[in-house]
Design a binder for this molecule. Structure first.
Ligand code: MTE
Length: 324
């Protein structure tokens, strides 16, 4: 077992902690984002101790009680340390680096409503607190595999997507579901910046069969408390057999549709980011292999181990039949 030790993300450059291929791959995109003024953080003028204290504060959130669902555990890898997961994020609305946790604190999460409509018999608008009481909350521990070839194991709190399907009762012609996320460029980029060429808001989509699968989950929390803003508060998707970019953060709208919806990364580059985006170790990304991953675990320092990537991220028994 090889363990690579690296310093915390706030003190290292992006290309040290991201697969080289993906670093260069997204470079143009990231330059656009940084060029527009986001990605600038307070970090430059803060001591490491102050940053650490501030990071911990962003994770100190109200507890979210839930039943542990023992069917969803990860036996062969430890849960990623919360402080690592909370400082190593992709949330491009708030910047083009992994260290967006400070910028993401600008996200206004109260009040928050989620509109569920389209081809359904029972459209709903939920306040976020309604979701916590109307649906049975459970904790599930899932593997998480980013398309950039890094991975984590994360304990999510939330409810199965299937419960929402039951609540809104889709019409028979509903075949796909679109998930749209929070977008206000005055908040995410700061006043005066416009990135018209990128297809905001960040959107994702699933087929209705995928959404109905046992694994498909809405997270309202992580590590036993509410979701921190950097992880996509107050509601995000978790679909662990797919690459991480399918897990849209900070959802405001869910729409049942007859046709496959447009999605963010697929619109930017359909060759590199498929709509389906299942974890497939045998299918390389056009510019890097997907056969292995850098697993970020729970050792005392931010570090990774190289692990083999599994088909469907290890969830073939649950989802293989969907694609046969
Ligand atoms: N959702 C939104 N709204 N914006 C984003 O930039 N990035 C995606 C996904 N959801 C993203 C998003 C990508 S590329 C990944 S890998 C995961 O969020 C990262 O989730 P995490 O930062 O909580 O680990």
């Amino acid at each position: 077992m090889v363990l690579f030790k690296v310093p915390p993300s706030y003190s290292i450059s992006e290309n040290l902690v991201t697969a080289e291929g993906s670093y260069w791959n997204r470079r143009k995109f990231i330059q656009t984002v940084i060029g527009a003024g986001i990605g600038a953080t307070l970090m430059g003028c803060q001591s490491k101790d102050d940053q650490y204290a501030e990071l911990k504060k962003t994770l100190d959130l109200p507890k979210l009680s839930a039943t542990k669902n023992k069917a969803f555990q990860v036996g062969d890898r430890p849960i990623t340390k919360e402080l690592f997961a909370g400082q190593y994020n992709n949330f491009y609305e708030f910047g083009g680096t992994k260290g967006i946790w400070q910028n993401a604190q600008n996200l206004p999460t109260k009040p928050w409503q989620v509109e569920v409509g389209g081809l359904v018999n029972n459209p709903q608008t939920y306040d976020i607190d309604d979701l916590k009481t109307k649906f049975p909350l459970e904790e599930r521990i899932y593997r998480f595999r980013c398309v950039e070839a890094w991975s984590m194991v994360l304990p999510w709190t939330g409810f199965p997507m299937r419960e929402l399907i039951k609540a809104v009762n889709p019409k028979s012609n509903a075949k796909f579901v679109s998930f749209s996320t929070y977008y206000d460029e005055n908040v995410t980029y700061g006043p005066g910046f416009h990135l018209g060429s990128l297809p905001w808001p960040y959107t994702e989509g699933l087929s209705i069969e995928e959404m109905n699968n046992d694994l498909a989950f809405f997270a309202l929390g992580i590590y036993g408390h509410d979701l921190p803003k950097q992880h996509g508060a107050p509601l995000r998707m978790v679909v662990p057999w797919k690459y991480g970019f399918k897990g849209a953060k900070s959802i405001v709208k869910i729409e049942f549709l007859a046709e496959q919806p447009k999605t963010y990364w697929n619109t930017l580059d359909s060759h590199e980011y498929k709509f389906e985006a299942n974890v497939e170790p045998d299918v390389p990304h056009p510019r890097w292999s997907q056969a292995t991953e850098k697993f970020i675990g729970n050792s005392s320092e931010f570090s990774w181990e190289i692990k083999e990537t599994l088909p469907y991220n290890g969830y073939g028994d649950y989802v293989g039949a969907l694609y046969s």
